[in-house]
Design a protein around this ligand. Sequence first.
Ligand code: HPA
Length: 272
Amino acid sequence: MKLKYFDRTAGYFPDVCFERHPDIGIMLGSGWGESLVMDKVLARMSYADIPGLGASTVKGHAGEFVLYEHAGLRIAAWCGRRHYYEGDGWEPVVLPIEMLRRMGCETLLLTNAAGGINPALRPGDFVVIRDHINVVGANPLIGPHYLEWGERFPDMTDVYQKHLAELLHASANSLGLRAMDGVYAYTSGPCYETPAEIQAYKAQGADVVGMSTVPEAVFAKACGMRIAGLSLVSNLAAGISRQKLGHEEVIAASQAAKAVMSAFIEDFLQRL
Ligand code: HPA
């Protein structure tokens, strides 16, 4: 990835995006797209119109950037994400984070839908991401090194900040939602895993599995951001249930949890 790739993108954003740093950036994953209450919209852009980003090709990903004010906060929200498996390289995947960095945003909430590996998990549960395992064998930081993106060999000891994780748990508790800490295993997709792969990830210590979030977290951590990660368990991972997996099931589970996801984010924002 080259820093220059993003210059044209940044030039496309209106000045209001850079005049005051957003208090938090939010990435809404599969099904999370309609979770936000927006009091006062300051800027709104479709992914299809953003140079270097492009429309999401995945159902359940709205594809809209919104800068807005709510709960006394300035919030930069990416409603829908681009994935590595869409085949356009890492740039569209980390572009939202790079724009947040250029806006001066230092706090990031990453959400996703994930498959449950830990036997204690049921569809509809939440997992506060405590750490991750990148099983893809590729990394968005591969390429030229720029000081703007942190050190050449950035530390990944505490990718997900404890304090933010505690706030997520406090929100879950106050709303009566089932949420446990967990380790997220990142696979490239787009196929779901085999049961043998899921057993391997389980043995490695993974609680949930998904096809997103980690590249963004790695990039944001290298850039020095505080990160919170939150998964909705949309299904039991391959071989954990006898059912075959499909994206429709993932979408249906997040549709069913829509009101709860919205309440979760709302409560979390109030605690910042
Ligand atoms: N595997 C990978 N990604 C996913 C899953 C899964 O089971 N569920 C939602 N995203």
